[in-house]
Design a protein around this ligand. Structure first.
Ligand code: PEP
Ligand code: MG
Length: 509
């Protein structure tokens, strides 16, 4: 048994060294290395070997699969897709234990459309992306790594293409449209010409977006809006700045908590927020911890709830676990000495919650003052509008807050009673539902009556079909994933505010 344990620990060390080498080229491998290093995983595998007297391969296969299946069963799409990461890391362990090489993607040396059951980030890293014209996978969802990495690299990708593996052979010709989802196998000359025309138009469009980055996000008739990006880590902040975003409209802090095996300390948080503030000096909107529901922390025990989306989450946890909240607020306040930092509170339903959060923030300010720690005098505190209660009380909230940010991802699910992660009702999850549009407009109006800026950081803000309408309704700030910034900027630059405002008026009636 000792020997098997040693063999496992040696393989683990080899995997770690390999992943750390890859981490320099791709951020995903840093989280992989953390996973490979995870003490719970190691403990689980060693314990399985001891208890069942099985060898390292079997223990690894069982424990990794159980962990992956647990993630797969979660409702949150992001967490669900993490099961692929666990299987990918396990695959690397297994190759080391079996002393065999992983599939060799480096043999691709001519342009291809890559068709696979699923692709792991480490497969992607071995590819020379210059040869890859597109990805099609039979499995995987839109939040899977292949989607994210393909998006980052500007390569079209279609995931969940049922039956594709049996429909193609190694030398098939394939045409694909990443936007419409159309796939044509072995096209005739006319089909080929049609797709080549689309590809040429796409290239022209990309060039136009790039050029638009040199000019502000301002309509033809001079109405300017702030175009910001959402971020979950420092790499995202850098990506956003690379796309000339004005700032960060939503910094999701839960990832900082998820990648650790303990609640991050004030210093650990401060280091990240400070760096983000330096990278994005015009605006850094930090959302306080939004865990609960299906966003779990491995080291924070929470009871299983029947209805997690309506349960103990976000601000409800922060106000109850005040010491955790204060640690985060102190770190955010200290980062405010390095850039225009704003605090954003998630999932509010009552003014009392806002007042209590403000009171605790004030307490933190006084403590920092006494300790002689630097922070900005004015750190705006904003309300994330993502519950129907918050919309109905928007007028009252507007009087006591410094800004609004509309979180449509949750707001749509709570307004329409449609679970945002349930594929069965995905057709009902609609950002253009009249109730959603009326709610959005109501919040903008309420904010403007009290002279506070109103932004949006849900996915709708980056949906080009909504840009004109949101602009016309008077939205001041659009915050979206960094990759969407250039397209939306280009759209805004080519719009007339007067026309969009008139059109919005028609839509709203
Ligand atoms: C939202 O709900 O719109 C939002 C931006 O927050 P999250 O997607 O993190 O819940
Ligand atoms: Mg939300």
């Amino acid at each position: 048994m000792e020997e098997e344990a040693e063999r496992f620990l040696k393989a683990r060390q080899e995997v770690l060294t390999e992943l750390e080498g890859l981490a320099a080229g791709n951020k995903i491998f840093r989280s992989y290395a953390a996973m490979a290093e995870d003490a719970m995983l190691e403990e689980g595998i060693l314990a399985r070997m001891r208890e069942t007297r099985c060898n390292a391969q079997l223990a690894l296969a069982e424990v990794a699969e159980e962990t992956a299946a647990a993630f797969e069963a979660m409702e949150d799409e992001y967490m669900k897709e993490r099961s692929a990461d666990i299987r990918d890391v396990a695959k690397r362990f297994m190759a080391k234990l079996k002393r065999c090489a992983l599939s060799d993607f480096s043999r691709i040396t001519e342009p291809v459309i890559l068709v696979a059951r699923d692709l792991y980030p480490s497969d992607m890293a071995a590819l020379n992306l210059a040869y890859v014209k597109g990805f099609i996978t039979q499995e995987g969802g839109v939040t899977s790594h292949v989607s994210i990495m393909a998006k980052d690299a500007g390569i079209p990708a279609l995931v969940g293409a049922e039956g594709i593996l049996s429909a193609v052979s190694e030398d098939s010709w394939i045409c694909m449209d990443g936007k419409t989802g159309e796939i044509v196998i072995d096209p005739d000359a006319a089909e080929r010409e049609r797709f080549e025309g689309k590809a040429r138009e796409n290239e022209r469009r990309k060039k136009r977006y790039e050029e638009a980055g040199r000019f502000p996000s301002c309509t033809r008739d001079g109405h300017a809006v702030r175009l910001c990006a959402n971020a979950g880590c420092l790499e995202d902040v850098k990506a956003a700045m690379g796309k000339q975003a004005y700032g960060i409209g939503l910094f999701r802090t839960e990832f900082l908590y998820m990648e650790k095996d303990h609640f991050p300390t004030e210093e650990e948080q401060f280091a990240v927020y400070r760096e983000a503030a330096i990278l994005s000096p015009e605006e850094l909107t930090i959302r306080t911890l939004d865990i609960g529901g299906d966003k779990a922390l491995p080291y924070f025990r929470m009871e299983k709830e029947k209805n997690p989306a309506l349960g103990w989450r976000a601000i409800r946890i922060s106000l109850e676990r005040k010491e955790l909240f204060k640690t985060q607020l102190r770190a955010i306040l200290r980062a405010s000495a390095f850039g225009n930092v704003r605090i954003l509170l998630p999932m509010l339903i009552s003014l009392e919650e806002l007042r209590e959060a403000r009171r605790i923030t004030q307490e933190c300010r006084q403590e920092l003052e006494r300790e002689g720690k630097a922070f900005a005098r004015k750190v705006p505190i904003g309300v994330m509008v993502e519950t129907p209660a918050c919309v109905l009380l928007a007028e009252e909230f507007a009087r006591e807050t410094d800004f609004f940010s509309i979180g449509t991802n949750d707001l749509i699910q709570y307004l329409l009673a449609v679970d945002r992660g349930n594929g069965k009702v995905a057709g009902l999850y609609d950002g253009f539902h009249p109730a959603v549009l009326r709610a959005v407009y109501r919040v903008i109006e309420a904010g403007h009556r009290e002279n506070i800026p109103v932004g949006m950081c849900g996915e709708l803000a980056g949906d080009e079909r909504a840009t004109g309408l949101l602009l016309g309704m008077g939205l001041d700030e659009f915050s979206m994933s960094p990759g969407e910034v250039p397209r939306v900027r280009y759209g805004i630059q080519n719009m007339s505010y007067a026309q969009e405002a008139a059109a919005a008026g028609t839509v709203l009636t």
